[in-house]
Design a protein around this ligand. Structure first.
Ligand SMILES: Nc1ncnc2c1ncn2[C@@H]1O[C@H](COP(=O)(O)OP(=O)(O)O)[C@@H](O)[C@H]1O
Ligand SMILES: [Mg+2]
Length: 384
């Protein structure tokens, strides 16, 4: 193999690894610190939003180097809206949601920098804004599971096999509603099972997770997420593990709930078809970055980034449980060693000279539509 000029000596590599290890430990200590709430109270940039992710960097400190899984993501989730996050496998969708929920596996997985501003509701109805990225992990119970709930891809891994559905659902009410009685909890659980369209709620209430089908379990998971009346629901590939007919039912349910609940949904999927049916706004991610965002109408009728255009041209397969949806040729660059130019350059069929230069900045094309691509930068428009 030809020796390239960026080649590092063993000594240099070890020095970098040592430095990275130091940073990881410092971040872990920061996460475990004890501090006053005032340290992480903040303000929303726009009070119409429930969540504002601002320049988020989430890294994994591995033996092979630092994986910049989320590399400067900014996005907003407005109140009472559904925001779809789309991109092919490995682009950082789940790591973004795990950062918001603070469920990253430490000490390797760490929020390195950025803000995650969340507009929380107090019991007296007033609002309070937390920077989730700065919250010590011991305080995260203030929001996780109550103000923000999550629906995972595989419900079996999130349900406890040794407790009945009823016990697990009641538990949500016990944790989040102070002074709730057994009767209160059961009433709420039954209400939620009804809400998610379970026909025999009494039977499901008494059942163990393994006694239910995949679709039923996912309904239960959704019921569980709803039981705490969250302001924000994060659904990460909520239908990917289900077969096609059940997928459609669960999507119908989510769409229905969107109107019933007084909250927002962050819907993560690699399937543009799901986004088209559900989302008010769309965020397109590629290799740890947001490359385009806008209203669903803008993204579907006027996609601008060559990657977004490519996604839409990719024909969905009948069974969309794999990333076969994406047939744009080429691979995502190595996440440990990202180039300084546009990450999509090697796969792009619309490259111009500028694409070998710096990573493109976000260009605003409407009050709500943004794209990170040199084709649309001011200079380019003037020249063209
Ligand atoms: N625990 C981990 N250790 C190292 N790298 C990880 C870990 N979890 C995720 N990653 C990397 O982070 C990137 C983003 O992953 P992820 O957010 O799961 O993608 P997706 O968009 O498919 O949800 C990928 O390159 C993945 O390999
Ligand atoms: Mg994922």
């Amino acid at each position: 193999m030809a020796k390239n000029k960026n080649y590092l000596s063993g000594r240099e590599i070890r020095a970098i690894a040592k430095e990275n290890n130091k940073i990881m430990k410092r971040l872990e200590a920061y996460k475990n610190r004890k501090c006053d709430e005032s340290e992480y109270l903040t303000e929303m940039k726009d009070n119409k939003n429930i969540l504002e992710i601002d320049s988020l960097h989430t890294y994994f400190f591995t033996e092979q180097g630092v994986v910049k899984a989320v590399n400067g993501v900014s996005l907003n989730i407005p109140k009472n809206a559904t925001v779809g996050i789309v991109g092919e496998s490995g682009c950082g969708k789940s790591v973004t949601s795990m950062s918001v929920m603070r469920l990253l596996q430490g000490p390797t997985g760490q929020i390195y920098s950025g803000e995650i501003r969340f507009n929380a509701k107090e019991e007296d109805g007033s609002e309070k804004v937390y920077d989730i990225a700065k919250m010590p992990i011991r305080d995260i119970h203030k929001i996780r599971g109550n103000q923000i709930a999550m629906i995972f891809q595989e419900p079996m891994t999130s349900l406890n096999p040794v407790f009945t559905i009823g016990q697990q659902l009641d538990e949500v009410t016990f944790i989040h509603k102070k002074g709730a009685t057994k009767e209160d909890a059961k009433a709420k659980s039954m209400e939620m099972l009804n809400l998610v369209g379970i026909a025999a709620p009494e039977r499901v209430y008494a059942a163990f997770p393994h006694e239910l089908s995949g679709g039923m379990r996912q309904r239960v998971m959704i019921a569980m997420a709803l039981a705490a009346d969250p302001r924000l629901i994060i659904a990460d590939e909520p239908t990917t593990a289900l077969d096609v007919t059940i997928q459609a039912q669960i999507l119908d349910l989510l769409r229905d709930l969107k109107d019933k609940i007084d909250g927002s949904i962050m819907l993560i999927t690699h399937d543009l078809g799901i986004i088209a049916e559900m989302a008010d706004y769309v965020v397109v991610m590629y290799a740890g970055k947001v490359i385009e965002q806008g209203t669903a109408k803008e993204i579907f009728h006027n996609p601008m980034h060559p990657y977004t255009i490519g996604l839409q041209k990719s024909k969905p397969t009948l069974k969309s449980d794999s990333d076969m949806l994406f047939n744009i040729p080429g691979n995502v660059p190595n996440p440990v060693n990202m180039p300084s130019h546009c990450y999509f350059k090697e796969r792009c069929d619309k490259c111009i000279a500028k694409c070998s230069g710096d990573y493109p900045g976000m260009v605003q094309v409407s009050p709500t539509h943004y794209v990170a691509c040199h084709l649309y930068s001011e200079e380019e428009k003037n020249n063209g």
